[in-house]
Design a protein around this ligand. Structure first.
Ligand code: DQA
Length: 165
């Protein structure tokens, strides 16, 4: 089975209450539920995690080197600052889709630069929570076109866990 790691960066645990005029009223749990539901429909196994810590995100990306076929990441504010997350993604070489709820290119200038985009397969920004399901569909099609099959990666068994572990 195709396995995808979904990572949410800092402050995304506050979705639903955080700056609703920008990020909407959908909670992270609701977003995760829609990702899980589409994954089931597509026959994909997803492992969804959230962290406010850059180093933890880097460690999880490194772990994705074995056992995962793709990554979907909303690095949140680390998008604009983290060479460490960019380097981790480049090092593991797992096809990655960068997702943003808001259209970062229409916002403050400091949000226009993404350190992640240059190592990502694609970037989706501005569709709100729908961006995550679009990312999963796009990644699934990309992996199918690459001929990705279950068992093509290393032996580590990914956990079917939710965020916060
Ligand atoms: C965000 C955009 C970032 O600029 C911001 O720091 C976030 C969320 C988005 O999903 O729109 O925390 O990644």
């Amino acid at each position: 089975m195709v396995r995808v790691l979904v990572l949410h960066g800092p402050n995304l645990n506050l979705l639903g209450t955080r700056e609703q005029s920008i990020y909407g009223s959908t909670s992270l749990d609701a977003i995760d539920a829609s990702i899980s539901s589409l994954a089931e429909e597509l026959g994909i196994e997803v492992d969804i995690r959230q962290s406010n810590a850059e180093g933890e995100l880097v460690t999880w990306i490194q772990e994705a080197r074995t056992g995962y076929h793709g990554i979907i990441i909303n690095p949140a504010a680390y998008t604009h600052t983290s060479i460490a997350i960019r380097d981790a993604l480049a090092a593991v070489g797992v096809p990655t889709v960068e997702v943003h709820l808001s259209n970062i290119h229409q916002r403050e200038e400091f949000r226009h630069r993404s350190f992640i985009a240059g190592v990502a397969l694609a970037q989706i920004a501005g569709f709100g929570p729908t961006g995550y399901t679009l990312a999963l569909r796009g990644l699934a099609e990309h992996l199918a076109a690459q001929g990705t099959k279950a068992g093509r990666t290393g032996s580590k068994q990914p956990r079917r866990t939710r965020r916060g572990i």
